[in-house]
Design a protein around this ligand. Structure first.
Ligand code: 5RP
Length: 262
């Protein structure tokens, strides 16, 4: 099976595999959303099954909840957990400060709530998502359906005063209809090109009526695990100021690689 994986998928897999080493018995763990996070959920399920690891997972989307249950992870709500030891999630972009753009999979609201309610957030990613300046990936902004066009116009007007290159935005679609998040909202993707001041932009966006949350994660991520297609892994921790590199031997495992459809 491993021979069929692209280098990007291998990179995502080795990052995910490394990340589950942070999970200890008894932990309450936030489970991210997306293809990299799906590898992580599968790797975690493997530890639950093979080692009898006892954890409770708080998923960040209905997709992740279904996968977690499928692989044998006990799923609880954030309200049941109240606070989490650790959240592991993917990202769409990250910079040297470990500021992130997230929400490519449309789950940014639950992802931000869950990550913020965690002692530690570990981001798993491939190297292509490392950027000098955030903003090449369109910034997802979750907006309430009521008056979304007005909210869009307000956002685009406000962007004139912000340190960004572009200010077009598009409503995220799911085929012919507007994409609807797990919370029943829509997503506007902002095509900014480059965000000069992510902290300021995040604050300004969240002050607008109609905006529920934006996909900028500032001062939330503690550790990033960057996978490479050849099995190399870089680990950067922003609090400890450490950077290490290791290699994970890529072992073919049909249980993990079968039926991955996220
Ligand atoms: C979902 C997210 C994902 O973590 C992000 O889009 C990365 O996805 P992938 O691991 O599939 O590249 O923020 O809302």
């Amino acid at each position: 099976m491993s021979g069929e994986l692209s280098p990007i998928d291998k990179a995502k897999f080795v990052a995910a595999k490394q990340s589950v080493e942070y999970v200890e018995d008894g932990m309450r763990v936030g489970l991210g959303t997306g293809s990299t996070a799906a590898w992580m959920v599968r790797c975690l399920g493997e530890r639950v099954r093979d080692e009898g690891l006892k954890i409770r997972g708080v998923p960040t989307s209905s997709r992740t909840a279904a996968l977690a249950r499928e692989v044998g992870i006990e799923v609880i709500s954030l309200d049941e957990a109240k606070w989490l030891d650790l959240t592991i999630d993917g990202a769409d972009e990250f910079d040297a400060d470990l500021s992130l753009i997230k929400g490519g999979g449309g789950a940014l609201l639950q992802e931000k709530i869950v990550a913020t309610a965690s002692d530690r957030m570990v981001v798993i990613t491939d190297a292509a998502k490392r950027v000098e300046h955030l903003g090449n990936f369109p910034l997802p902004v979750e907006v309430v359906p009521f008056g979304w066009r007005t909210t869009q116009a307000l956002i685009e007007e406000t962007l004139i005063q912000m340190d960004v290159l572009g200010r077009d935005s598009t409503l995220r679609m799911n085929g012919d209809v507007a994409f609807v998040t797990d919370e029943g909202n829509h997503i506007l993707d902002l095509h900014l090109g480059r965000i000069g001041n992510p902290r300021q932009l995040a604050m300004v966006l969240n002050q607008m009526p109609g905006v529920v949350e934006n996909g900028l994660f500032i001062d939330i991520c503690d550790t990033v695990i960057i996978g490479h297609g050849d099995g190399r892994i870089e680990i950067r921790d922003i609090n400890e100021g450490t950077a290490e590199e290791k290699r994970l031997d890529f072992v073919e495992d049909d249980n993990l690689f079968n039926d991955l459809n996220d």
